[in-house]
Each structure stands twice: as structure tokens, then as C-alpha cells.
Design a protein around this ligand. Structure first.
Ligand SMILES: *Cc1c(COP(=O)(O)O)cnc(C)c1O
Length: 379
């Protein structure tokens, strides 16, 4: 019986001290203790975001935060540029379609990254764009986007830059303010070391102006103005997932104690180790611009990608993620974001080697592990 080990890019493992917080009895939510917890959660989120903007806490999965961004910023018929490089860019499209937004799509194939020049050209062609929607870490392909470059381009215009940072924030370097990100959405179950259930949305002063001027917004639950009105007293307009908020505080304190630069460096190390291992095993990366929150591997010729993942889980206890939709069976996604260290990555590489050997793939046992260790030992 192998131990179960979770290596999917959401949900991710949760630290023991956070799990203990989650085991405590449920409390009432309109108390000074709860307000103090929310206040500290928001303060620590601002640290992770590297922002002085407001950060709104929503009880929803990450997509709820995306829906909040779209529905507050845009009125039906208004124009938005969508930068899409995979399934999560397509999630933006799905939300925008639901709200009748006029979408100008800048698309690149799965595995590629949208180039800043493409955004520049689209903005020049569409000066009436209200907002640009992009993705920090495209979790379906492993690509990380150059949000800093996007921010420089969008900041010169009246448009807002809205970023899905759901699997990126807390795993990749991200400076919300310095990079001119107007709205950044994230979720609790990726790099922030909590189970699913909370979404976070940062809103810049430039974005608040657009939101407050948008009289056509129809959203009720996700009306960000309602949340803003409650912010000064650290309260929420509706019943929040208060037990999750208290648990998020425990995980955020852990991040704060590590320090954000150290956290980025840890993820960069784990990403470098995983990528070195992939090459040494004779495999290929899927992303042209890989980010360090997860490593996406092409299934090699002659191997059944679905069967290998099943064996990896059943025989070795390692749960990796398959490709989504059309990518199923073609890629494997190994997450190393959040509560993960170098030895977790080494274990996952070792298990992957064993599963590949079981499947008849030609490989020198230990080649990936050795390469990972060398990458970890590199100064
Ligand atoms: C996981 C993920 C989402 C979806 O979030 P839900 O919590 O499932 O709603 C959106 N975008 C990215 C980049 C993700 O990784």
C-alpha cells in the first residue's frame, strides 16, 4: 500500500498546522476575532501580492474571482482583449461570453506564450479596449507569461490589466504594483496552501474608477463595491467561509515567515530540478516559457500517457495531473507549488522513472534523480 502523495496543480498539499486549524470547532462569523483574522489575512495577502491595493476575499473557487473581475469591470458590449495560451485563457473567454463582452482574442497554440508585441499591436488596433485579460501561469500548459512586459504596455493606455494569477501567485515572482497589474485574481488551493473555497481579487485605484463608473453591471453576489464597503471594518457582505479564512491565516503566516523572495527562490529551484530531470530522462518539456509552479512533460512516443498516470498513482501513490480536454494522454503535469520541497520533487521524479521503466521506456534508473540533485546543489 503506497502512501498517497498529491502533485496536482490544484488542489495542493496543506501544511499540518493549517489542517489542525481546520479541525477546530466552527465559530460564529460576526465577531472581533473573525475580523482580526480577516484583517491579518488581507495584510498578508497584500504582502504576497506585493501591493498596496485593496484585496477582496470572496467565498468561491478561483473562477468566482474571474467572474467578479469581468462582471464588475465590463458592461455588455464593451471591448476586452483576451490573451489566451490555453485552457485558462479560455476560461476568461467563457466568463466574458456569459456577460456579452465584445472579445478581441489574441491566441497562441498550447505550449506557447503570448508575446508582448502581440498585445501592443492589439491595443493599437483597438484603442476602445476597456481591459486586457491575461494569465500569469497557464496551468494547462506550464507556460508563464511576461506580465511585467504586459503591464508596461497597458499602463500607457486607459485600459486595465486583469491577470489570472490562480496558480501563479505565491509560486512565481509577481509584483502587482510595480508591474501595473490592476486586478489580480487568485484562489486558495494552489500556491497558497489551503483547500479550495476562497478567491482573492486585488483592485487598483484605476480599476475602482472603472468599476464605480460601470452602471450596467448586473452581478449581485460578486459586486465588488459591496465588499469594498465592508473593508474598513474587516467584514464581508455575505457569510464568508470563516473556517477557511482562519486556516488561510496559518498558511499565510508560514509564507511570511519564509519571506517572499525565499519562496520564489525555492520554487525556482524546484522548477530547475524538475526540468533538469525531465531532460536527463530523455523526455521533453511542453512549455516554451516554463514557469516554476509546475512542470509539464510531453508523453513520449510509444507510452500510453493515461495508463502511466494510473500506474503511478496505484503502485507508487503519486498523483500527477493529466492534460485537460484535447491534451489528455499527451502531457503529464507535475505540480511543485505551495507546501512542497526539494525532496518531494525528487520523490516524484523517482516514482516517474519507475513508472516509465514499468511501461518499457528506455531509461537509466536514477538519471532523472541525479540530474535533479545536481540542479539543487548548483549555486
Ligand atoms: C485552477 C485554475 C483556475 C480555476 O480555478 P477554480 O478554483 O477551479 O475555479 C483558473 N485559472 C488558473 C490559471 C488555474 O490554475
Amino acid at each position: 500500500m503506497p502512501k498517497s502523495r498529491l502533485f496536482t496543480p490544484g488542489p495542493t498539499p496543506v501544511p499540518e498546522e493549517t489542517l489542525l486549524e481546520l479541525a477546530k470547532p466552527v465559530t460564529y462569523h460576526r465577531t472581533s476575532e473573525q475580523k482580526a483574522a480577516l484583517a491579518e489575512v488581507i495584510e498578508n495577502l497584500k504582502y504576497v501580492y506585493q501591493t498596496t491595493n485593496d484585496v477582496i476575499v470572496l467565498t468561491s473557487s478561483g473562477t468566482g474571482g474571474m467572474e467578479a473581475a469581468v462582471s464588475n469591470v465590463l458592461a455588455p458590449g464593451q471591448k476586452a482583449i483576451l490573451l489566451t495560451a490555453g485552457r485558462w485563457g479560455e476560461r476568461w473567454r467563457g466568463v466574458m461570453k456569459g456577460f456579452g463582452i465584445n472579445i478581441v482574442a489574441v491566441e497562441v497554440p498550447y505550449g506557447k506564450a503570448v508575446q508582448p508585441a502581440q498585445l501592443e499591436a492589439a491595443l493599437a488596433e483597438h484603442p476602445d479596449t476597456v481591459a486586457v485579460f491575461s494569465t500569469l501561469s497557464e496551468t494547462s500548459t506550464g507556460v508563464g507569461h511576461d506580465i511585467e512586459a504586459f503591464g508596461k504596455i497597458v499602463a500607457k493606455t486607459n485600459a486595465l490589466l486583469v491577470v489570472d494569477g490562480i496558480s501563479g501567485l505565491g509560486a512565481m515572482e509577481c509584483h502587482t504594483d510595480k508591474w501595473n497589474v490592476d486586478i489580480l485574481v487568485t484562489g486558495s488551493q494552489k500556491a497558497l496552501m489551503l483547500p479550495p473555497g476562497l478567491a482573492y481579487v486585488s483592485v487598483s485605484p484605476k480599476a475602482w474608477k472603472v468599476i464605480e463608473g460601470n452602471k450596467a453591471s448586473k452581478t449581485f453576489y460578486f459586486d465588488l463595491k459591496r465588499y469594498k464597503a465592508k473593508l474598513p471594518e474587516f467584514d464581508t457582505p455575505f457569510t464568508p467561509a470563516n473556517t477557511l479564512i482562519k486556516a488561510q491565516l496559518v498558511s499565510l503566516r508560514k509564507i511570511k515567515a519564509e519571506g517572499i523572495e525565499n519562496l520564489w527562490a525555492r520554487h525556482n529551484k524546484m522548477g530547475a530540478a524538475a526540468r533538469a530531470a525531465v531532460a536527463a530522462m530523455g523526455l521533453e518539456l511542453f512549455a516554451e516559457r516554463p514557469n516554476s509552479g509546475l512542470t509539464v512533460i510531453k508523453v513520449p512516443a510509444g507510452i500510453d500517457g493515461n495508463d502511466l498516470l494510473k500506474n503511478l498513482e496505484k503502485k507508487y501513490g503519486y498523483k500527477l495531473a493529466n492534460g485537460q480536454d484535447d491534451m489528455k494522454g499527451k502531457i503529464w503535469r507535475l505540480s511543485h507549488m505551495g507546501y512542497v520541497d526539494a525532496f518531494d520533487v525528487i520523490g516524484a521524479i523517482s516514482a516517474l522513472e519507475l513508472a516509465l521503466l514499468d511501461a518499457g521506456f528506455k531509461l537509466e534508473a536514477g538519471a532523472g534523480v541525479a540530474a535533479a540533485q545536481k540542479a539543487l546543489a548548483a549555486k
